[in-house]
Design a protein around this ligand. Structure first.
Ligand code: NCD
Length: 315
């Protein structure tokens, strides 16, 4: 059985296939409207979420399936001390596939070892967030037309930001991606990503503090929120939270075709006056997430929609 724990669980060719499927779903949603009839998705979220949980649910509903789950640890038996392994074992009897978010790194992986249904890591602590990465790849590909030969600036909390860690791991497999890692000293990328992912892959990268200096070089600017919940003390968070604020003014030296992405939620790091700039694509990115998650659910459940069979529309 196949799970999704990291973006590296898929080869580059498989990711291409997933992107192709997501694009077909986006163009022809009616064709997929009954692909998961009778199937159930469980969403087990031990940490807050809006987009990830609801886009997973929306994905399953749009495929004709149903959803069940919990949105916080306190509303599940985790509050009584149940382990994720036991929970998922039980949920295997209630659902066909499970998306799990957990504050502890590796918890969905542990769950997957005891599960009888595919488990999707919907974010584990500061570690990985593979389905956000698939969304990011799909969005970049749709908007700039390629996944190679571009410069990406990743800005903000590169230390705790799991979306950044997963995205870098996925992008080093494409040729000619240049990384500009923009963060304060305290929030630099962890050494396991710098050494074992970036350096080992031979990718070109630089670590800088100034967003302004990097701006003119970027094809993609990936902004991130300072991850308040992963700080050990409030003072450090308060000191660092507003270090980067993207404004209309700061967008001026950027390329005309640059795109700004953000996994969301945004706090202060992108001023709302940037939202009207055609280069601001974070809401498009959130919208596209649902097609990617539909493609992933179909792939992990091994469901193929035969393009030759016309599907009833609007039902
Ligand atoms: C991200 C996450 O949960 O890591 N959100 C999301 O899933 N889109 C980013 C964040 O919380 O900052």
């Amino acid at each position: 059985m196949r799970h999704c724990m990291s973006p590296l669980d898929f080869s580059v060719d498989e990711i291409d296939e997933l992107m192709g499927l997501a694009a077909d779903i986006e163009e022809n949603p009616a064709k997929y409207a009954h692909a998961c009839d009778g199937k159930r998705l469980a969403t087990c979220f031990y940490e807050p979420s809006t987009r990830t949980r609801l886009s997973f649910e929306s994905a399953m509903l749009r495929l004709g399936g149903q959803t069940l789950g919990f949105a916080s640890a306190d509303s599940s038996s985790a509050s009584k001390g149940e382990s994720v392994a036991d929970t998922v074992r039980v949920i295997s009897g209630y659902a066909d596939i499970c998306a799990m978010r957990h504050p502890k790194e590796g918890a969905p992986l542990v769950a997957s070892t005891k599960s009888e249904i595919p488990v999707i890591n919907a974010g584990d602590g500061g570690h990985n967030h593979p389905t956000q990465t698939l969304t990011d790849l799909y969005t970049i590909h749709s908007l700039i037309g390629r996944l190679d030969n571009f410069t990406i600036g990743l800005c903000g909390d590169l230390k705790f930001g799991r979306t950044v860690h997963s995205l870098i791991s996925a992008l080093v497999r494409y040729t000619g991606v240049h990384f500009i890692l923009i963060s304060p000293e305290e929030l630099k990328i962890p050494s396991y990503i710098r050494e074992d992912v970036l350096r080992r892959s031979g990718a070109t990268f630089e670590e800088v503090e100034s967003l302004e200096d990097a701006m003119p070089q970027l094809d993609v600017l990936y902004m991130t929120r300072v991850q308040k919940e992963r700080f050990f003390n409030e003072e450090d968070y308060v000191r660092l939270k507003d270090r980067y604020i993207l404004t209309k003014e700061k967008m001026k030296p950027a390329k005309e075709k640059m795109i700004v992405l953000h996994p969301l939620p945004r706090v202060n790091e992108i001023s709302v006056d940037v939202d009207d700039d055609p280069r601001a694509q974070y809401f498009t990115q959130a919208k596209k997430a649902v097609f990617v998650r539909m493609a992933l659910i179909l792939t992990l459940l091994g469901i193929q929609v035969d393009p030759a069979i016309p599907q009833p529309s609007n039902s």
